[in-house]
Design a protein around this ligand. Structure first.
Ligand code: ZN
Length: 151
């Protein structure tokens, strides 16, 4: 049973890795932020178009491992149409889930990353796009690095 769920999760991750959604630059964005994970070599840039407190459009470009790309792809799918507060709440839930495997509340499709905590080297890959998102929402154009994260 668990094996089947893991297979399904892996398929979703592979699908988003091979065909990332919202994978494009956004020249007319409201804000953008870069994220880097030097341990793995993941690099991405996230673009946001805001309307008040709501994400009207979101996209990203970058290169990296499958987990980091799939995470960014699923994040952009989740974030479109959400408010800043929605995203901050989900960041808390996803961060906890990726680090501990504990799923709190309804994380939707992002549950595919619930197994990442078993692979500590991959935790930073999975959380990278979320750090970039939080930085972009704050309007900070400072690149964020997973190596400055307080774990
Ligand atoms: Zn990675």
């Amino acid at each position: 049973m668990f094996e089947d769920i893991n297979d399904l999760y892996q398929q979703v991750i592979l699908d988003h890795c091979k065909q990332p959604r919202n994978f494009r630059e956004m020249p007319a964005c409201s804000c953008s932020a870069q994220g880097r994970n030097p341990l793995c070599g993941d690099k991405l840039q996230l673009f946001l178009a805001m309307e008040g407190d709501t994400v009207k459009d979101v996209s990203f470009v970058g290169s990296g491992c499958c987990i980091s790309k799939a995470s960014a792809s699923l994040l952009t799918e989740f974030a479109k149409g959400k408010t800043r507060a929605d995203i901050e709440t989900m960041f808390g839930q996803v961060h906890e889930m990726i680090k501990t495997g504990k799923v709190v509340g309804d994380v939707g499709k992002l549950a595919v990353f619930a197994g990442v905590y078993k692979y500590p080297a991959r935790v930073k890959c999975a959380i990278l796009s979320w750090h970039a998102m939080m930085s972009a929402l704050k309007g900070g154009n400072q690149p964020v690095s997973t190596e400055s994260e307080q774990n």
